[in-house]
Structure formats: structure tokens, C-alpha cells
Design a protein around this ligand. Structure first.
Ligand SMILES: Nc1ncnc2c1ncn2[C@@H]1O[C@H](COP(=O)(O)OP(=O)(O)O)[C@@H](O)[C@H]1O
Ligand SMILES: [Mg+2]
Length: 263
């Protein structure tokens, strides 16, 4: 069953087509990789899917054909389609646990009658309990009382995902989750992404690190100049002439580290 369908979507910034008549179908349970040179439209794709931008034309369907293009991003997040950002979006003066608790608050469908029935305190306790579970799940338990600003980069990115998990996603959009990480941090993040996926969450991932993309993703869509260049399983993409050509002038797509491809 397809959980997300992007149909003929274009997004113009002035005269520039950041996305041009793009079609994508994501099946539930995938880890889909979205790759392509800088400026290909990958972040714009995440922005139109998550409701940050309204597409100039085209349609986006989520779960059982519900149309979501043009809906507010908070509404889309409530439906379980949640994104992380290319850079961290944390409250730097809050602790790790507070960041996740606040994210749950912002997301919660709190109801006014709670005020009268004394449910608020109970809901607050429940929120903190759930937030703590997420913090521990993401390997941040030991750091729960640290200020977000004091965390090493790798843990800040893990916290970014914890904040997204606070919204109880069914589909998670990760924008460059491995950027700027040391090899050790990358290996840990890859494990975490797998763990999140094993919870039954469908993942769409934009990432430049080819080695990791090939390792993690079951299927890869390649964007170039806002268009779908090609898609297929990692082994096919790695050897695709058009993909190699799109990356020429930057670095060989199959290079061992892969980090420097199209940064
Ligand atoms: N808010 C914006 N205003 C104007 N141009 C934008 C905006 N966002 C993206 N673009 C342009 O759209 C194109 C695609 O950008 P982006 O989606 O960020 O690419 P990628 O994430 O693949 O590097 C680029 O040419 C970029 O300059
Ligand atoms: Mg980008």
C-alpha cells in the first residue's frame, strides 16, 4: 500500500523551477533515499511534503489518498507526517528531556475540559513519561538533564530525531541526518535510523553520504534540476549512467567514503 504519493508537483521560486512535474510513490515500511546534486530540489521536496511550502501545481496524497498539499505543516505533522531539519531545530537553553517534552506539548491534542477535570496534571505526567521513553530510545538517557547546547553534534542530531519522534510519526522525513558527523557518530546514527524504522516508521531520507544511503535504503530516487532522473534499488542506482553523469564534475558516486559527493 502506498503511504505517500507526490503527483506532478512543481514548485517555482520566481522563474526558477525548484521542482518540476515530480512524481514519487512511497510504500509503507520503506527507507527511501532521495539523492541528487546540490540545488536539485531535495529540501524543497521535503518542504512541500511537510507543508512548509504549498506546491505551485500538482497534488500530494497521504494515507488512503487523503490530499495534504496546501495544509498547514502543524496539521500534516498531527497526521503523522513529520520532518527533521537540515540544521538542528532545538531549544538550546532547554535540557534534552525538556526539548522532547515541549515537542510533545506542542503536538498534543490538549483539550480545554482537562482544566476542569484535573486531567492536566495527569497529562503532564504522561507527557514527561513518554518523552523520557523517547530520550532513552534514542540513546540520550544519560544526557537527559544536559542543556541541548552542551551536546556534541552527533547527540544534537539524535535529539533532533527524538523531537520528531515526540510527534508520533508514521512517516519521518530526515534531511541530511549524517551531515558533519565523525565516522563513529555516523555509524551510531545509522543504527538509530534502523531502530526507528524497526518501530514501523516509514522513512524518507535526503543524504549526501552515498555509502550510507546505499547501505540503509531499500530504494533510491535521484533528483536533478527538480526532476526525477531515475529511481531503483541501490545496486542499480550505483551503476546507472545518468546518475554517474549527473554527479560528474563533483566526484565518483562509488568513491569509498562518498561524503564529498555533491556537498
Ligand atoms: N525559499 C527559496 N527561495 C528561493 N529559491 C529557493 C528557495 N528554496 C530553494 N530555492 C532554490 O531552489 C533550488 C533547489 O533548492 P533545494 O531544494 O534547497 O536543493 P537541495 O536541497 O537539493 O540542495 C535551488 O536553486 C535553490 O536556490
Ligand atoms: Mg538541501
Amino acid at each position: 500500500m502506498s503511504i505517500l504519493e507526490v503527483k506532478g508537483v512543481s514548485k517555482y521560486f520566481g522563474g526558477l523551477a525548484a521542482l518540476s512535474n515530480l512524481n514519487l510513490t512511497i510504500q509503507e515500511g520503506e527507507i527511501r533515499g532521495i539523492i541528487g546534486p546540490n540545488g536539485a530540489g531535495k529540501t524543497t521536496l521535503f518542504n512541500v511534503i511537510s507543508g512548509v511550502y504549498r506546491p505551485t501545481s500538482g497534488q500530494i496524497f497521504y494515507m488512503m489518498g487523503k490530499r495534504i498539499d496546501g495544509l498547514a505543516s502543524s496539521r500534516i505533522a498531527k497526521m503523522g507526517l513529520v520532518r527533521t531539519f537540515q540544521r538542528t531545530a532545538l531549544y538550546h537553553n532547554f535540557t534534552v528531556l525538556r526539548n522532547v517534552t515541549v515537542a510533545r506539548h506542542l503536538h498534543a491534542k490538549e483539550n480545554i475540559f482537562g482544566v476542569f477535570t484535573g486531567m492536566v496534571k495527569k497529562m503532564e505526567e504522561e507527557n514527561v513519561k513518554k518523552a523520557l521513553e523517547i530520550v532513552e530510545f534514542m540513546g540520550l538517557g544519560r544526557l537527559k538533564n544536559e542543556l541541548a547546547s552542551n551536546l556534541p553534534h552527533g547527540y544534537q542530531r539524535a535529539l533532533g530525531i527524538a523531537i520528531a519522534l515526540a510527534c508520533e510519526p508514521r512517516v519521518l522525513l530526515l534531511d541530511e541526518p549524517l551531515t558533519g558527523m565523525t565516522p563513529t557518530e555516523k555509524a551510531q546514527m545509522i543504527d538509530l535510523i534502523r531502530k526507528v524504522h524497526q518501530q514501523g516508521i516509514t522513512i524518507l531520507m535526503v543524504e549526501h553520504d552515498m555509502k550510507s544511503v546505499m547501505e540503509l535504503c531499500n530504494y533510491i530516487s535521484v533528483l536533478d534540476f527538480g526532476k526525477l532522473l531515475v529511481e531503483g534499488p541501490p545496486a542499480e542506482i550505483q551503476n546507472d549512467e545518468a546518475v554517474i553523469t549527473a554527479y560528474l564534475g563533483t566526484e565518483d558516486i562509488t568513491s569509498p567514503g562518498g561524503e564529498k559527493v555533491a556537498t
